[in-house]
Structures are given as C-alpha cells and as structure tokens.
Write a protein that binds this ligand. Structure first.
Ligand SMILES: Nc1ncnc2c1ncn2[C@@H]1O[C@H](COP(=O)(O)OP(=O)(O)OP(=O)(O)O)[C@@H](O)[C@H]1O
Ligand SMILES: Cc1cn([C@H]2C[C@H](O)[C@@H](COP(=O)(O)O)O2)c(=O)[nH]c1=O
Length: 212
C-alpha cells in the first residue's frame, strides 16, 4: 500500500483556508482519491477538547508557552490517532492548519523561539511535516470584511487579539514560506473562491497531481 499524502492549509484569520480545504477535498475525491479532511486544533475527541480550552481560555487566558504546550498536546493526539493511521492506509489527509500555525502564532505572534516549537513538535508528533503546505495570503482589509460577514462581531480568544499580533503572525508565515520553498506554495487568496481554488490545483502539480 502506498502511503497517502499530507497537505496543509495555513494563513491568518478568514483568508479562506477552510473553504479551500473543502474544495480541494471535493476535487481529489472526484479523481478517486480517498481523502480525510481535518483541522487544528482538533480532529480527534481529545484534541477537540483541548481546542475548547484554547479558544475559550478560562480566567486571564494562557501565556504563549502554555499555549504552545496545549497546541503540541492536541497535535500529538491528532497525529497519532488520525493523521498517521490515515496516511498509512493510503489516504490523503488535508488539514486546516498544522505545525506552521504554532510557529506563526505562538512564535511570530507570541515571541517563542522557532527552535523550541520544533523541539516540542519532535517530542509530541515525531517532527511530522506535510508533503505540501499551501499558505493563503489575503490583505488584512479583505480578511476583516470576510470575518465580519461570517462571525457578526463574535471572535475567539486568539482571533480577537490586536492587529499588531496578527501582522506579526502574517510576517512569520511569509518568513517560513521563504525559508522552506520546497514545502510551501504561497497562494494569493484575494480573488473569489473558484479563482483561488484554481491556483491551489496548479500548486498540486508539485506533488504530482494533475500531471499526465
Ligand atoms: N475567496 C473568497 N472570496 C470571498 N469570500 C470568501 C472567500 N473564501 C472564503 N470566503 C468566505 O470568507 C469567510 C472565511 O472563510 P473561511 O472560513 O474559509 O476562512 P478561514 O481561513 O478558514 O478562517 P478562520 O481561520 O477564521 O477559520 C467565510 O464566510 C467564507 O465563506
Ligand atoms: C493550530 C493553531 C491554531 N492557532 C489559532 C489560530 C486561530 O486563531 C485558532 C483556530 O481557529 P480556526 O478558526 O480553526 O482557524 O487557533 C494557534 O494560535 N496556534 C496553532 O498551532
């Protein structure tokens, strides 16, 4: 049995990751791939419970180190119970966020060292990295419009942070993409969902999808 492939969508709030993950899953299923679509934090019962703790933080909230540990614990369960078994069964796994979100949010936004986050990832998840990471980038104004239409003023304890936190997150995602050009593809997500999906499909030729 060939192992499956692991594709992640990354980017800031409201850039269209979940929309593109769904469209990609439908396109791959139409090509008869077996697809598992999942998200972080979450994807398993335990990781979804940690998601609730992270996104509705009790009391004064988590410091960046506690946050990184909780994300790493959630990811460890997700990798062990869902991602690796699916890949080993030959399925394609599409995750809405993964390790690069911790590097961008708790690292770029929260000030933790990238090497410490990667050490935690090694401990929790054996250092698993995606075959392909699609970074969707949208102007802050466009993302804010989409979020306000979708969420009607509600936000969770991380999305609701100040604009300068989210600017550091976006800058760190861009830095990671420049640092690992063989794994990342940057996709401009400002256009409509179908146009962005076409760019995502073009990016998949990198891992052999769509080539004759
Ligand atoms: N290309 C697009 N053009 C216009 N609206 C879009 C586009 N892509 C997604 N949307 C809409 O914008 C909102 C945010 O999209 P989506 O939930 O896919 O983003 P996300 O990156 O997963 O967000 P979050 O990180 O906050 O979960 C949704 O209401 C979605 O329908
Ligand atoms: C995996 C991961 C996520 N986050 C943040 C990013 C978002 O604010 C939320 C997840 O919400 P979404 O609507 O599902 O995108 O969590 C983070 O800070 N660090 C991470 O590793």
């Amino acid at each position: 049995m060939n192992p499956g492939r692991f594709i992640t969508f990354e980017g800031g709030e409201g850039v269209g990751k979940s929309t593109q993950a769904r469209l990609l899953a439908q396109a791959l299923e139409a090509h008869r791939y077996e697809v598992v679509i999942t998200r972080e934090p979450g994807g398993t019962k335990g990781a979804e419970a940690i998601r609730d703790l992270l996104l509705a933080a009790p009391g004064p909230g988590w410091n960046p180190r506690a946050e990184a540990l909780l994300f790493a614990a959630a990811r460890s369960d997700h990798v062990e119970r869902l991602i690796l078994p699916s890949l080993n069964a030959g399925k394609w796994v599409i995750s809405d966020r993964f390790i690069d979100s911790t590097r961008a949010y708790q690292g770029g936004g929260g000030g933790l060292w990238d090497k410490d986050i990667l050490a935690l990832h090694q401990l929790g998840s054996g250092g698993l990295l995606p075959d392909l990471t699609i970074l969707i980038e949208v102007s802050p104004a466009r993302a804010a419009e989409r979020i306000s239409l979708r969420d009607q003023g509600r936000s969770d304890s991380i999305a609701g942070r100040a604009a300068d936190y989210h600017a550091r997150v976006a800058a760190e995602f861009a830095r990671l993409a420049r640092q690992e050009p063989e794994r990342f593809v940057r996709v401009d997500g400002n256009a409509d969902a179908d146009e962005t999906h076409a760019k995502v499909m073009a990016a998949l030729t990198r891992i052999g999808v769509g080539q004759a």
